[in-house]
Design a protein around this ligand. Structure first.
Ligand code: GLU
Length: 281
C-alpha cells in the first residue's frame, strides 16, 4: 500500500515536470530558450527586433518592407548564420521594451539603435559595437536659441522612454529641462513642429534622418553630448551566439558592405560616417 502511494506521488511529480517542460520554451524565435542563437538559426528562420520609425536606420516602408542601416546589419548577420532575408521576421522593438523582449524570447536578436550600457548588460548581452553615434539635439530650423545642453534648462524637451538620451538629460545634461517622454519619436516630431516642444534629443543618426525627411523644418545642433555605441542585443549568456554575431560584423566591415550601407543610408542626410568602432572583447 505504502509503496504504491509513493509510486503514485512519483508519477504525479513526473507528469507535472513534463507539463512544465512542455510549457517552458516560450521562444518567439522558435526552439528551446537555452539554445544558442546559432542553433536556433539552424531552423532556417529568425525573428529580429528593429525600429520601424527611424529613417536611415530602421523604417517600415509603405509596402510593409523594412529598410535602413540597422536592417542591412540584421540581414547580413542572419545570412552569416545561414538564414536568408526572406526568412527573417522583423518585429518592432520600442526602446523601453528591448531587454524584456530579449529575455522573454520574443526576438532572437535586436539591431535597433541599441546602445551598449552597463545597466542593460545586467539583463542582456551585446555583440559589437557595430556603429558609433552621439546624442544630439534637433530644433526648429529658425531657432538659434539652443546651441547645446546649457540652454536646455527650463525648455520643453522631448525624448523617448527607455532611451539613454532621456536618462542622460535627467542625470547629467539638463536636470531642470521640462522633459516629456513618449513611446516613439513621431509625437516628439509633431511637438517640435507645432512649438509644443523646443527640442528633441536622441542619437544624431536618428535626428539626421528626421531632418532629411522634413527639408527646411528642422536642424541638428551638432552638440556631441555622448558616445552611443550600437550593439546587437542577445540573450544573456549566449557566448556562442555573441561570437558568431561578432564574426559577422567583422566580416561586414572587412568586405566593404558596412561602408557601402552606411554611406547609402546616412549619406543623403549629410551625416558623416566615420570608421567602424572596434569590437568589444
Ligand atoms: N541609442 C539610444 C538608446 O539605445 C537612443 C536611441 C533609441 O532609443 O533607440 O537608448
Amino acid at each position: 500500500m505504502r509503496f504504491s502511494r509513493v509510486l503514485r506521488v512519483g508519477a504525479v511529480a513526473a507528469a507535472t515536470s513534463l507539463a512544465l517542460v512542455a510549457c517552458g520554451g516560450g521562444n518567439g524565435g522558435g526552439g528551446d530558450e537555452n539554445e544558442s542563437l546559432t542553433q536556433r538559426a539552424e531552423n532556417g528562420r529568425l525573428t529580429v527586433g528593429i525600429k520601424i520609425d527611424q529613417p536611415g536606420l530602421g523604417l517600415q516602408t509603405p509596402d510593409g518592407g523594412y529598410e535602413g542601416f540597422d536592417v542591412d546589419v540584421a540581414k547580413y548577420i542572419a545570412k552569416e548564420l545561414g538564414v536568408e532575408e526572406g526568412d527573417i521576421e522583423f518585429v518592432e522593438t520600442p526602446s523601453a521594451q528591448r531587454e524584456n523582449m530579449i529575455e522573454k524570447g520574443d526576438v532572437d536578436f535586436i539591431v535597433a539603435s541599441y546602445s551598449i550600457t552597463d545597466e542593460r548588460k545586467q539583463k542582456v548581452d551585446f555583440a559589437g559595437p557595430y556603429f558609433l553615434a552621439h546624442q544630439d539635439l534637433l530644433v526648429r530650423a529658425d531657432d538659434n536659441s539652443i546651441k547645446g545642453a546649457e540652454e536646455l534648462n527650463g525648455k520643453n524637451l522631448c525624448s523617448v522612454r527607455g532611451s539613454t538620451s532621456a536618462q542622460n538629460v535627467k542625470d547629467d545634461f539638463a536636470p531642470d529641462a521640462e522633459l516629456q517622454t513618449y513611446a516613439g519619436y513621431s509625437e516628439c516630431l509633431n511637438g517640435l513642429e507645432t512649438g509644443a516642444v523646443d527640442a528633441l534629443t536622441t542619437d544624431d543618426t536618428i535626428l539626421a534622418g528626421y531632418a532629411a525627411q522634413n527639408p527646411g523644418k528642422f536642424k541638428l545642433v551638432g552638440a556631441e553630448l555622448s558616445d552611443e555605441n550600437y550593439g546587437v542585443g542577445l540573450k544573456k549568456g549566449d557566448n556562442e551566439g555573441r561570437t558568431a554575431v561578432n564574426d559577422a560584423i567583422k566580416k561586414m566591415q572587412d568586405d566593404g558592405a558596412w561602408k557601402a550601407s552606411a554611406e547609402k543610408w546616412f549619406g543623403p542626410s549629410g551625416y558623416e560616417v566615420g570608421d567602424p568602432p572596434s569590437l568589444e572583447q
